[in-house]
Design a protein around this ligand. Sequence first.
Ligand code: ATP
Length: 329
Amino acid sequence: MIGRIKTVGVLTSGGDAPGMNAALRAVTRSAIYNGFKVKGIYRGYRGLVEDEIVDFEAKDVSGIIHRGGTILRTARCKEFRTPEGRKKAYENMQKQGIDALVVIGGDGTLTGAWQFAREFDVPIVGLPGTIDNDLNGTDHTIGYDTALNTIMWCVDRIRDTANSHERLFFIEVMGRDAGFLALNGAIAGGAEAAIIPEISIENDQLAQLIENGFRTTKRSSIVLVAESPVTGGAMGLAERVRNEYPQYDVRVTILGHLQRGGSPTAQDRILASRMGEAAIDALVEGQRNVMIGDDDEQMVYVPFSKALSSDNKKTIDRHLLDTLSHLAI
Ligand code: ATP
C-alpha cells in the first residue's frame, strides 16, 4: 500500500488533551502540502466504525491552533476493541478511500492502532496526545505542558488559602499510573511533597512524610497527589490523616477536568505542529506503525512496539523527589 497513499484519515481518541487541535491542523495542512487528500474522522475509532467521516480542507482547520479540546471530538469506543468492530472500521476506510491513518491519543489509542495495523494492511502513524506524559520514546506528549501549567496556576491560588488558615492541603491531579504531573506540578508550584504511584507501590509515602518531621517549620503545607487506587488518591490520604494524624487540619482539592481544558501553551502548540508535520513526513518516507516522539528536541519515529512496551515503561526521574524535598525545608 505504501507509495500509493492518496488519502490520509485523521482522528483524535481517548481523553482530550490541549494541543490536539494544533496537531490536527498540522497533519491536515502538511498532508495537503504533500499532495494528499485528507479526511477527518469524528469521535475517534467510533467515527471509523460508524462511518462519521468528512473531507477536510486546509480551511477546515483555520482558527483552531489556540483552542483546547478537539474539533473532531473524541470518544472511547468499545466496539473497536472487538475484531468485528475493527473489520467494520476497515470496511469504512475502504469505502471512503482512506489509505493511511494518523491517530492522535494516549496509550489506549496507540494500542488500538497497533492491533488494527497488525490485522489489516494499513499504514498508521500515531501522535502522543495525552496530558499524562506516560508514553515511552518521547520526552513530552501533546497536552502535558498545558496541564502542568494549569496545575501550577491552581496550586498558586490554593497556597493563598493554605497559608491564611495554616492548613495541610492535598491537591489531587491526574496520572493514575504515572506521577509526571504530580511531581513536576509540585516542583513548579513550590509544594512540600508529591505522592505518586511509582513510589506508593513500594513505600508508605504519607507515613514517611510525617515521620520525617514534615511541616514542623511551615505555616501550611501543600502536597500533590496523583489519583491512584494504591493510595486512594487525595480523599483516601486525607481520611488516613484524620484517623492517624489528627493534629493536622487537612483539606482536599481534586483538580479533575480542570486539568484537561484550556488554550494550549506555546510549547504544546509547537510540539503538536512539529509532530503533525513529522507524521506526514513519516508516511511520505514509507514508515508505518510508528509513533512520533521528541527526543532531545528532535522528531523521531518510535515503533509502536517500543512506545507501548510494558517491560520498558517511561520512568520518572527519581532525583526530582530529592529536589522537591531539599527545597521544601
Ligand atoms: P488517555 O491516555 O487520555 O486515557 P487513551 O488513548 O489511552 O487516552 P483509552 O480510552 O485507553 O484512551 O483508549 C482510546 C480508545 O482506543 C478506546 O476507547 C478503544 O476504542 C481503543 N483501544 C484501546 N485499547 C485497545 C485495544 N487493546 N484494542 C483495540 N482498541 C483499543
